[in-house]
Every structure is written in C-alpha cells, then in structure tokens.
Design a protein around this ligand. Structure first.
Ligand code: SF4
Ligand code: SF4
Length: 368
C-alpha cells in the first residue's frame, strides 16, 4: 500500500493531470474498462463535478448497489407502513419518507392519518420516544454500516421502553460479491465507499480481493479523491493484478473504528435478505440479535408482508439493473417522464443518493 501525498482536493490543474494520466493508462490497457463504485456519494461527486467528461474513451464508471435507500426492499417499506397504521409513530430518515412500498409510502400513510416523523439520526428518534412516553416510537432504521453502527450504539445505551427498531440495515460486502458473480456484469475493479470504510476499515475487503481477483480501491468524495482512486484502479488493471488500496487515508484505516464495530456486531447479526431489484443476498441484511429482542419492532408488531404485487408501472422500473451496473437511468422508459423526483416510481428516483435522482438533477446523462 502506498501513502498518498496531501491533496488540494478540488485543484483543477491536478484534476487535468490525473485525467491525462487516465488517458495514458487506458492507452496502455488498450481495451474497454468498466469500474464500479458502490456509493451514492461517489455518484454525486462524479455528476456534480462532471467527472465523466474527464474520463478517456473506453473507460466507464458505473454505480452499483450503493444507495441504502434504493436497496431497501418494498416489503420492508410495507412493514414500516403497517406499523404506522397500527398506531405507532414511525420515525424515518427523510430519504425513506417517499419511497414507494407495494401499495403505499410512509408519506402516503401520513397523509392517511398515520403518525410518521422525519428524523436526522437514531438519537433523534430516541429523543422523540423519551418526549412522548405514551406513544410507541419505532425507528425505521435503514442504511449501511455508517448508520447501522449509530443505531447499535443507541440500542446498547438502554433506550426508553417505548422505543424499538425496525431494522432494514444492510451490509455492503456480500452485495459486492453478488455483483462480481453476476454473469452479465463485467466489472474490472471496485471503487469502495470511503464513509462505510471509516467504520469497517479497508482490511475487510482482503478476502474479496483474493476470491474474485479484482482490485478494490477505497476512495473519498472530493473530485480529486475520486480521480485518484480511478487512477489506482487502472494501474491494477494495466498490470493485470488484483489488490487492495486505501486512497482515502485521511479518514480510513485498515482496522476501522473497532469500538463501533464491536457494538455493531454485538447488537446485529447478518441474515439473508432481498435487496430491492437485485437479489436475495446471503449475509447482507442486519437484524437484531436475540439479546435485543425487546427492542425489535418485528417482534412487537404484526408486520406480515402484503399480498399482491406492485402496480404495473413499478414493474417497469429497472432500478435493479441500474444498481447492478447493467443499465443507466436514461435506458429506463419511465425516466424523466412517468418517473420524476416529484413523482417517483422507483426508489432510485427518491433518494439523494439514487442514480436516477442524481441524473435527473444534472439533466440526464451527466456527461457535462
Ligand atoms: S452511507 Fe455513506 S458510504 Fe454508504 S453509500 Fe451512503 S454516502 Fe456512501
Ligand atoms: S427512472 Fe424511475 S422507474 Fe426508471 S429505473 Fe429509475 S427509479 Fe426506476
């Protein structure tokens, strides 16, 4: 692992130098290269700073299953709606509020009279429970390791008895394995999410690199961070080598935040679960361990899955293909027409980390 120089994170000159370097690397490689990032914040940086316009011909950087809102499955939204309709107050992150379930979103449930509150953190949901002891407050807990760790810390700190958690937390590494194994997805390397790695450490990718013989570089979120990580990935591709590198050393260490991890694994265990539109993924969902059963909303409330499938428009949504790197949003017939941020059909158009929403915001194919 090489140490990186301190960066001027938005220096245009440095960006141009890196773009030239990518050009040279691609000329050496002399065949198309497809990289995948697994983080909505990376897609935002790429779109916001027009980074795709700096990429040489033949190099594509696709978004994988990197938005925790997008991969929250419809039945999980249904569970939250069912709990709200049973009279509890459901506290949720703003991005989840309008994500469609099979029949309704939490926003629809609120419009129909249910109690749904938007919170910015798990601790705000606990404060809501403490301030309303007569109400049952259920935190609809979504997100990857970055938000699972704080949810775990809350449960570890004896929250009020009227507080419980409906966990839809997900764990990214098994999803990367599923994408790497998909026969029609040809990825040459992964740009791993710097935020999540702050918690987990980059060392956890070692087995992946060994098994799949693909390079992984952990990258930050400034434009130079992203270009630098892409440069490192291309070096691996050029050398025909797998390998693991941390291109975000100012935030990420090999071991990660060991205390946060200990609490996270104390509270949660991995289970198999469906990621919206992608697949049933073994070990990629996080559920509460028996020791925390008293705070498990699934055990407190009746949350049987709904009968009947989603409406026909939803069935045309290709979020799953987009998150598996098989399609771009503008290949979806509904993009910008039937599906817009104000009237989203699929989850990718709701979340600020969703590729469809990001592309809509930057005017279609963000190749600026
Ligand atoms: S939670 Fe953080 S690391 Fe994970 S996808 Fe979102 S922005 Fe990226
Ligand atoms: S544009 Fe809408 S319907 Fe199409 S894939 Fe994206 S979220 Fe789904």
């Amino acid at each position: 692992m090489s140490e990186t120089e301190p960066l001027q994170f938005r220096d245009p000159e440095q960006a141009e130098q890196l773009a030239d370097r990518l050009e040279t690397l691609m000329a050496d490689i002399d065949e198309p290269v497809s990289l995948m990032h697994v983080c909505g914040s990376h897609e935002q940086a790429i779109a916001k700073f027009g980074l795709r316009s700096l990429l040489p011909d033949g190099l594509s950087v696709r978004m994988g299953p990197g938005c925790p809102v997008c991969v929250t499955n419809m039945p999980e939204v249904d569970e939250a709606v069912a709990i709200a309709e049973q009279g509890a107050t459901v506290a949720t992150y703003g991005d989840m509020f309008r994500v469609p379930g099979t029949k309704k979103s939490l926003a629809d449930a609120r419009a129909d009279g249910a109690s749904v509150e938007v919170v910015y953190s798990a601790s705000e949901a606990v404060e809501l429970a403490a301030a309303n002891p007569e109400a049952e407050v259920v935190f609809f807990a979504t997100g990857f390791e970055t938000t699972a760790a704080p949810t775990a810390a809350i449960l570890d700190a004896d929250p009020p008895s009227n507080f419980s958690v409906l966990s839809a937390h997900k764990y990214v590494p098994p999803a990367m394995e599923v994408v790497a194994e998909m026969p029609d997805v040809d990825i040459d390397g992964f740009l791993a999410a710097g935020h999540a790695a702050t918690i987990t450490g980059y060392g956890l990718f070692e087995p992946f690199v060994e098994t799949y013989e693909l390079p992984i570089v952990v990258g930050g979120f400034e434009p130079i961070d992203v270009l630098l990580a892409i440069e490192r990935l291309l070096e691996y591709v050029r050398d025909g080598k797998a390998g693991l590198e941390n291109a975000y050393p100012r935030c990420v260490s090999k071991a990660g935040n060991e205390q946060a991890l200990e609490t996270m694994w104390d509270v949660f265990e991995k289970t198999s679960g469906e990621w919206r539109g992608i697949a049933e993924i073994p070990g990629a969902n996080l559920v509460l361990r028996d020791a925390y059963a008293e705070y498990d909303a699934r055990r407190r409330f009746d949350v049987e899955p709904l009968d009947g499938g989603p409406d026909p428009l939803t069935e045309q949504c290709i979020c799953g293909d987009i998150m598996a790197g098989k399609a771009d949003p503008d290949e979806c017939d509904l993009f910008g027409e039937e599906c817009t941020p104000s009237n989203p059909v699929g989850a990718c158009m709701v979340s600020s980390e969703g590729t469809c929403k990001i592309w809509d915001e930057y005017g279609g194919h963000p190749n600026l």
